[in-house]
Design a protein around this ligand. Structure first.
Ligand code: FUL
Ligand code: CA
Length: 490
């Protein structure tokens, strides 16, 4: 009898398999929850609390809950303003350093429940999470570890309270995509009337590993953000600017060279990450649309313009980080007209610029294709599909792809994406255009990762473009090469 086994016997495994196997992952690789987070690219931050009414950036914790009274609070209007900019997620300060909770928590009387707002029946966390869900935006929470109101702050009892607050937030408001732990910690505060300075040991006080285990159990898909990850790292500045290069791998080190923890990190490495690092902890760029994190009337004329937001987008999302833009609701509980206009202008710019990939119908040709197998061919770079990629054989770490566009095009923005499920493999690329019978340099870049967007100083006209992978730590695997002409509005 002829069996399948006997037919295959003696045929080398590579030939017996259908085509070449995908590349083996190299170095640190993202988890599924991190892959989903990378796809968000641009998210919003809402800083909102008693400070919005007291004109402060850091509340002392002695505010009367009644000062919180956003009479026209409209979660749908807030979410609409963020969605108009193209944001795909939103993170709310459920509790800032003042300790005032925007939901009716059972853990403290410093909350909306004890305010006159909506007769104590209001719940900002509920309303924002539901409005986000209606708009298909992901919802996340910021819960300040430092609590300047709580009498127990500095004792082990406060850690129980903090975890109880997290439990309320992570079990009561649907799916959470990101949990944000601020590094600012300790110092003076109201502390239940003690009005004193309290210092904690940043490495040990919070027992973060245990808290993170609890978050995993309650919301396994949530990414945990802090100065040191474990899923997402702070980029090391509050200006919204990632390093260049910006590696997704990052092995954090404490201020003094010892172990790192939230609030204790050697921040000079945060913008770039660690080439060859063991852990995949990509950067997030948090920055405010205004000078302050909270709304202040005096800053209404200092809202960043669409042009400034576009520059930040290229310096954050364009370097493979996520762009987290803070837009603080005002004391009425709405996004001010200045911010709304700027968000809309920036959203229009993004939509117009990235609407059409000029390379989408290009003819592609590569110097190397993995196993000469079409499944890894260069057409995968321009098919608009995130899961298909061009790859080379394992031993090939330098290769070129040419793109022949149907007609000459005006190009100003170039976007590349690696197939990061296999790690961040590429160290450097060059991009050229064919001009006057030779290849002329157009742009170059180092780290790519989930995204590299290059904005040229001025538009160029080109019909033939060449991508050269000039340095790679492992055979390249890229899922996208796209060309755009920039919208003029920003
Ligand atoms: C900082 C905080 O102290 C600011 O108030 C703000 O929340 C910013 C995002 O993080 O560390
Ligand atoms: Ca593709």
């Amino acid at each position: 009898m002829i069996t399948r086994r006997s037919l295959l016997a003696g045929i080398p495994a590579v030939l017996a398999a259908k085509g070449a196997a995908p590349p083996a992952p190299w170095g640190a690789t993202p988890s599924p929850r991190q892959l989903a987070w990378h796809d968000l690219e641009f998210t919003g931050f809402l800083h909102f609390t008693v400070n919005t009414f007291t004109n402060k950036e850091w509340g002392y914790g002695d505010e009367s809950p009644d000062v919180f009274n956003p009479e026209k609070f409209d979660a749908d209007a807030i979410i609409d303003a963020l969605a108009a900019a193209g944001m795909r997620g939103v993170i709310l300060t459920a509790k800032h350093h003042d300790g005032f909770c925007l939901w009716p928590t059972k853990t403290t009387d410093h909350s909306v429940f004890y305010s006159k707002w909506r007769g104590g029946k209001g719940d900002v966390v509920r309303d924002i999470s539901q409005a986000a869900a209606r708009r298909k935006m992901k919802f996340g929470v910021y819960l300040s570890p430092w609590d300047r109101n709580n009498a127990k702050y500095g004792t082990p009892d406060y850690i129980k309270i903090y975890r109880q607050q997290l439990t309320e937030l992570l079990t009561g408001y649907g799916p959470i995509f990101e949990v944000w732990h601020d590094g600012a910690n300790g110092g003076d505060g109201y502390y239940g009337g003690a009005r004193e300075k309290r210092s904690i040991d940043r490495n040990t006080y919070y027992d973060w590993p245990k808290t993170w285990e609890m978050i995993r159990a309650m919301q396994p898909d949530a990414c945990i953000f802090s100065d040191v990850g474990p899923d997402i790292r702070w980029v090391g500045n509050e200006r919204g600017i990632a390093g260049d290069p910006c590696w997704c791998a990052y092995d954090p080190v404490g201020d003094n060279g010892g172990p790192a923890s939230p609030g204790n990190v050697r921040a000079k490495e945060s913008p770039t990450g660690t080439r060859n690092g063991k852990l995949w902890i990509p950067a997030e760029c948090d920055v405010s649309i205004r000078p302050g994190w909270f709304w202040h009337e005096a800053e209404n004329s200092r809202v960043k313009t669409p042009r400034q937001l576009a520059a930040l987008y290229y310096q954050s999302a364009g370097r493979g980080a996520d762009f987290l833009l803070n837009v603080p609701p005002n004391s009425q509980g709405l996004i001010s007209a200045e911010d709304t206009a700027s968000l809309k202008g920036f959203g229009d710019y993004l939509r117009a610029t990235f609407a059409q990939n000029l390379a989408a119908r290009a003819k592609t040709d590569a110097t190397h294709v993995r196993g000469n197998d079409k499944r890894y061919g260069p057409a995968n770079l321009v098919d608009g599909l995130p899961d298909t990629y061009w790859a080379t054989d394992d031993r090939v770490t330098g290769a070129d792809v040419t793109f022949e566009l149907p007609r000459p095009a005006r190009i100003q923005v170039i976007r590349l994406r690696e197939a990061i499920q296999f790690g961040q493999r590429i160290d450097a690329v060059e991009i050229e255009r064919w001009e006057q019978a030779s290849w002329q340099p157009l742009a170059n870049a180092t780290s790519i990762g989930p995204r590299r967007i290059i904005r040229l100083d001025a538009p160029v006209i080109a019909q033939r473009v060449r991508l050269r992978v000039t340095q790679a730590s492992a055979s390249p695997a890229l899922s996208e090469f796209a060309l755009f002409s920039e919208a003029l509005s920003a």
